[in-house]
Design a binder for this molecule. Structure first.
Ligand SMILES: NC(=O)c1ccc[n+]([C@@H]2O[C@H](COP(=O)([O-])OP(=O)(O)OC[C@H]3O[C@@H](n4cnc5c(N)ncnc54)[C@H](O)[C@@H]3O)[C@@H](O)[C@H]2O)c1
Length: 155
């Protein structure tokens, strides 16, 4: 339980990569606050110690969300800014999430064909990388971009 006693804020946590990250951080002992423009599905609510409707593109919304999160959970130790950009520290190629319904099958097949591993990322592979970055095991790294691309980033 490496993250025992810590509070993590995860943006865009209601589904997809953000939700997988939240699950992993909770498994490691953190209390997780979900910040999203949509609430988490009822069956996923137990992952979160707190959930806020926050739009990360709106400063007033972020400030109000932080105030309410601190009032509820007392502290904020880890921020995973997943909504809109994924994290600043993790570069993913393409992962299996609902986001892909917005893309054509041809486009997805093309991206997959150019990945040396021949497949898309599983969200748990991204979640594990984020959990490691946030953990004491990564304590001597002060800033980096981590490649989680199956060998090739395709942007
Ligand atoms: N899935 C991929 O292959 C992939 C690849 C590269 C980058 N990304 C980026 O990673 C992030 C997560 O991807 P995903 O596949 O889980 O997406 P997703 O669409 O499944 O989930 C995104 C979540 O973010 C929330 N959200 C959207 N705009 C928001 C805002 N302004 N403020 C707060 N919450 C907001 C949504 O409500 C949703 O719950 C996205 O930023 C996406 O662009 C994804």
């Amino acid at each position: 339980m490496e993250l025992d006693g810590q509070v993590a804020i995860v943006t865009g946590a209601a589904r997809g990569i953000g939700f997988a990250i939240s699950q992993r951080l909770k498994e490691l002992g953190a209390r997780v606050a979900c910040w999203d423009i949509a609430p988490p599905a009822k069956e996923n609510g137990s992952v979160f110690a707190h959930a806020e409707i926050v739009n990360v593109t709106n400063l007033a919304s972020v400030e109000a969300g932080l105030e309410r999160t601190l009032a509820t959970l007392g502290q904020a130790d880890i921020l995973v800014n997943n909504a809109g950009v994924l994290t600043n520290a993790v570069a993913p190629a393409m992962a299996e999430t609902e986001l892909l319904v917005e893309m054509t099958e041809d486009y997805i097949a093309d991206v997959k064909s150019r990945m040396p591993m021949g497949r898309l990322a599983n969200v748990t592979e991204i979640a594990d990388t984020v959990a490691w970055i946030a953990s004491p095991r990564c304590s001597f790294t002060s800033g980096q971009v981590f490649d989680v691309t199956g060998g090739r980033a395709t942007y």
